[in-house]
Ligand binder design. Structure first.
Ligand SMILES: Cc1cc2nc3c(=O)[nH]c(=O)nc-3n(C[C@H](O)[C@H](O)[C@H](O)COP(=O)(O)OP(=O)(O)OC[C@H]3O[C@@H](n4cnc5c(N)ncnc54)[C@H](O)[C@@H]3O)c2cc1C
Length: 398
């Protein structure tokens, strides 16, 4: 199956890999996609919340929308509830497995070849080609191409072996689909007790079903089990037995996302919002930007690292500040005690600050840096500002 010489081989048929495959195959390139699972979207572990901006930008089919989002209920560690509502739909909950399947189908219809149950174990870049070692149903094969895209999610081994460095920090996401009643809108729960260093969620997907999940710096599965048995959830759950899936989410960018004949996209590159762990939109954007740079490089037959380095410059210009500022905001949040989080809730609620922020022109579902800076500048005496000041002097002087 590997005798053909491809223009581009893509490792990973997640949304980033398949989107890149679709774009490249549509431009007439010979594309192979290697996926270790037996089907795209299998055993997916993702809530599927995307902004309307992402939905419109990438032509996502309305058929896979599970719910529209224009309100959210935020719960402080002590149980105080802050409800936010916007007149407009801000986001959609989409069926993530169906999204991966739909993009893969589009890529295949455009001519991309998919090799399933095919795990890439090594990549060797030579002067005139890139080779990838693949294990398929117990046997080893070599594939060759002019260029390679690594879109294999947060799996540090291959990037590190290729000398691209390592993303050192991460969160663990755990999620289960639950049968439940009385979950009418998205609920987010904050606090160290519930989700150490992060937050938990209940996201309704239909009348009696919801996705329950949390992000945590450790023991995410255990924390989710506790959350489901705790006072916020237990009376609303219909079934006790749930299948919890886990996945690691990168925090921060991979030091180098290009090399000779090589580009890295999506979670593998760290194209994820550190504030929420959301990577669907940034992964799509990264894939699009990688394809544009690769297209020029393939046309000029110059696939040297120097030529491909433009990709990193371009994607960092678009998303770098979001990722670094979001990362620092997350570190700051991780240091807050439950008491302090409760104080911030009081402040957001009592002064009408939450509504003001939601309706501020600086508010964006995807781009959080302006909002982070607005929160910090809103009131010089607020507790968040004081923590931020002790945490970093630089931003306050900007
Ligand atoms: C619990 C949870 C909830 C989330 N909710 C949201 C959300 O609501 N909104 C949002 O925007 N983001 C969310 N995310 C993040 C989002 O799921 C990721 O950012 C996104 O999946 C990244 O896409 P990707 O294509 O880069 O990687 P992936 O989706 O991880 O795809 C990588 C693919 O590569 C394959 N692969 C890996 N290694 C190899 C190999 N060696 N050979 C061949 N194939 C390989 C994998 O099987 C996989 O199919 C969530 C994450 C978690 C954990």
């Amino acid at each position: 199956m590997s005798s053909q010489f491809y223009d581009v081989i893509i490792v990973g048929a997640g949304l980033a890999g398949s989107y890149a495959a679709y774009e490249l195959a549509s431009s007439g390139y010979r594309v192979a996609v290697l996926e270790q699972k037996s089907a795209p979207g299998l055993d997916s572990c993702c809530t599927g919340i995307i902004s309307t901006e992402c939905f419109n930008a990438f032509g996502i089919s309305p058929e896979i929308i599970r719910a529209k989002v224009n309100s959210v209920r935020l719960f402080s560690p002590s149980g105080r509830c802050l409800r936010l509502e916007s007149e407009k739909v801000q986001a959609y909950v989409i069926d993530r497995a169906s999204l991966d399947q739909a993009i893969a189908r589009k890529a295949q219809a455009s001519g991309a070849h998919y090799f399933l149950s095919s795990r890439a174990t090594d990549i060797i870049v030579e002067k005139d080609k890139a080779k990838v070692e693949v294990w398929h149903l117990g046997s080893r094969e070599m594939f060759t191409s002019r260029a390679m895209i690594l879109a294999n999610g947060f799996k540090p081994k291959l990037p590190q072996k290729l000398g691209l460095g390592k993303i050192k920090n991460f969160l663990i996401g755990a999620q289960a689909e639950v049968e439940a009643h009385n979950i009418g809108e998205i609920e987010i729960y904050f606090g160290r007790e519930i989700a150490p260093g992060s937050f938990a969620w209940l996201v309704p997907t239909s009348a009696n079903k919801a996705l329950a999940g949390l992000l945590s710096t450790s023991q995410a599965k255990l924390s989710l089990e506790k959350f489901l048995l705790g006072s916020f959830c237990r009376d609303r759950m219909v079934t006790e037995e749930v299948e919890i899936r886990q996945k690691t989410i990168p925090l921060g960018a991979l030091p180098r996302t290009y090399g000779d004949r090589l580009l890295v996209i999506g979670d593998a590159a760290g194209q994820v919002k550190p504030t929420t762990g959301g990577g669907i939109y940034l992964g799509h954007l990264g894939a699009k930007m990688a394809v544009e740079v690769l297209h020029r490089a393939l046309e000029n037959d110059d696939l040297a690292a120097a030529q491909l380095s433009r990709y990193q410059k371009e994607w960092k210009a678009k998303m770098g500040r979001e990722i670094s500022l979001g990362y620092r905001a997350r570190q700051l949040y991780g240091r807050l005690s439950d008491k302090r989080i409760d104080k911030i809730f009081n402040m957001l609620d009592s002064g009408g600050m939450a509504e003001a922020l939601l309706n501020s022109p600086n508010f964006s579902f995807d781009w959080h840096s302006k909002l982070i800076l607005t929160v910090l500048k809103y009131n010089l005496t607020n507790p968040l500002q004081r923590v931020w000041r002790s945490f970093t002097g630089r931003l306050n002087n900007d």
